[in-house]
Ligand binder design. Structure first.
Ligand code: XMP
Length: 520
């Protein structure tokens, strides 16, 4: 956990909204450290955290219903500013003596507010009389204000779209400032944190780097650390950061399972061993993995086989170097936020995920997790701060089981080689067109289907390759990237001409849901 004593901090109490994490990201972008806790957080813990302000998030419940969530009352008794958003506004108003009602005028999506009066939240942004675009998502609305509050803005469906109690510095907004569809939302939040709460904006990656290094040294002492390196952003940034802290006490283990992308292994070795001088064990285990994958066609069995072998090989290598006291993991903040379950029920397993962090619990090493306070975009910023090359810091996510889950049916070395070639042509064209950063993930899939084609005067009977490219913010949902036909035909032409074994190319136009990003 971050040493907070030196930073201003804001506490976000989560009522289960889908977009609570966006509040935190907006705050962090303006240099404010914040944490998300469930609304059930203990009063003493909140006081100990000593935030400069508290934000109550939105949520799916209805304050009108019996037993619906409430903020701990201490929130309103600490003498610090409070901002309630949507459900947060409603529960704040209820708890302070106002009234909420179910509305017959629900508002979902884009809406407009009429700004009635000036207030600290809208300063230098919205003038009285202005009509401003916001994003609403609510059924209930505040119907009577608690004492001390006044109306700042109204909308058609919410007469109390924005309310303020200037003396206590309590603010409530019915719309969602954290989403991009509220164009001034980030600036409104910044007014809350900076102007109202007095935060300095002192959360920078340079400061984080220095503090993280000190923390790692204090935790590890003269112990030994091992880190599973995959070449992905998280494990790469974690490795370089830990190396900066403890140098040769760190050994990285890179397991090449034979289903990496073209040139990836060489790049990992060149970057970490040659450029950063990190002790790196590079184990080529491709024969083992491909041998055990022979005949395996079931997607889950493929994933499980790779996951099992990965652990076996990792343990072997770790024993060879004489073990270690600590295991480094690239755990990120979204993995550790205590979630508020909106539905209560367990979720079904769509796929059993594997990544380098998925190591067995009985390894009896202590964990070093230097990124557990960071969001993905902050990890990238830290990577740049540490001098990691852009090809690593900005790269698309790549799944732990690698190309194996992009080859439906049996995986063979020959198929892997065919796919590597098609994939690198596709990515090369995406980069050349300047589209790489606009896309969350792009890759080729080698289908277990052969089709007839004609090349020159001859008949071909070769495989089909599918191309996929999606936009996303977190991989949970995804939209198809709308390439131009001209771009797609250029890529298809190159693949069919340059990759022996592929004679047809298709483009996958399925969003997630109902599709998933990977094919298996
Ligand atoms: P799906 O295919 O479930 O993927 O829509 C969502 C995101 O997760 C990545 N992915 C994985 N990442 N280990 C990982 O580290 C895995 O086993 C794994 N499977 C899928 C996928 O590439 C996408 O970014």
């Amino acid at each position: 956990m971050t040493d907070l004593s030196s930073h201003d901090r804001i506490l976000i109490l989560d009522f289960g909204s889908q977009v609570t994490q966006l509040i935190a990201r907006r705050l962090r972008e303006s240099g404010v450290y914040c944490e998300i806790w469930p609304f059930t957080a203990d009063a003493a813990r909140i006081q100990l955290f000593a935030p400069k302000g508290i934000i109550l998030s939105g949520g799916p419940a209805s304050t009108v219903d019996e037993g619906s969530p409430r903020a701990p009352q201490v929130v309103f008794e600490m003498g610090i500013p409070v901002l309630g958003i949507c459900y947060g506004q409603q529960t704040m108003c209820m708890q302070l003596g106002g009234r909420v009602e179910k509305s017959d005028h629900q508002e979902y999506g884009r809406a407009y507010v009429e700004v009635k009066e000036a207030c600290a939240l809208t300063q230098a942004l919205w003038a009285p009389g202005a009509r401003e675009q916001v994003w609403m998502s609510h059924g209930d609305r505040v119907a009577a204000l608690p004492e001390g509050f006044r109306i700042v803005a109204t909308s058609e469906g919410a007469p109390y779209a924005m309310v303020a109690d200037d003396d206590r510095k309590f603010y409530g907004i019915q719309f969602h400032p954290e989403v991009v569809h509220t164009p001034h939302g980030a600036a409104l939040l910044k007014n809350f944190t900076h102007a109202v709460c007095g935060c300095q904006g002192d959360w920078t990656m340079a400061a984080f780097r220095a503090e993280a290094i000190a923390r790692i040294r204090a935790q590890v002492g003269d112990g030994k650390v091992i880190c599973g390196l995959s070449g992905g952003v998280d494990s790469s940034v974690a490795a370089v950061l830990i190396h900066e802290a403890i140098g040769d006490q760190l050994t990285c283990i890179y397991v090449d399972h034979g289903v990496m992308r073209a040139g990836e292994t060489e790049q990992v070795v060149a970057t970490f061993r040659d450029r950063f001088n990190i002790k790196l064990v590079h184990r080529d285990a491709s024969d083992l993995f491909l041998g055990q994958l022979a005949g395996v066609t079931d997607p889950e069995l493929k994933r499980k086989t790779i996951g099992r072998l990965f652990i076996e090989v990792f343990e072997e290598e770790q024993e060879k170097i004489g073990g270690a006291d600590f295991l480094a993991q690239g755990t990120l903040y979204p993995d550790v936020i205590e979630s508020v379950s909106a539905t209560g029920g367990p979720s079904v397993t769509i796929k059993s995920h594997h990544n380098v962090g998925g190591l067995p619990e009985d390894m009896r090493m202590k964990l070093v997790e230097p990124l557990r306070d960071l969001f993905k975009d902050e990890v990238r910023a830290l990577g740049r701060e540490l001098g990691l090359p852009e090809e690593i810091v900005g790269r698309h996510p790549f799944p732990g089981p690698g190309l194996a889950i992009r080859i439906p049916g049996e995986v063979t070395r020959e198929k892997v080689q065919i796919l590597q070639k098609a994939d690198s042509i596709y990515l090369e064209e995406i980069r050349a067109a300047g589209l790489y950063d606009a896309i969350w993930q792009a890759f080729a899939v080698l289908l277990p289907v052969k089709t007839v084609g004609v090349m020159g005067d001859g008949r071909t009977y070769d495989s089909v390759c599918a191309l996929r490219a999606v936009t996303s913010t977190d991989g949970m949902t995804a939209d198809v990237y709308p390439f131009s036909m001209e771009f797609l035909t250029r890529v298809a032409g190159r693949i069919v001409n340059e990759v022996r074994g592929i004679n047809r190319v298709t483009y996958d136009i399925t969003s997630k849901p109902p599709g998933t990003i990977e094919w298996e």
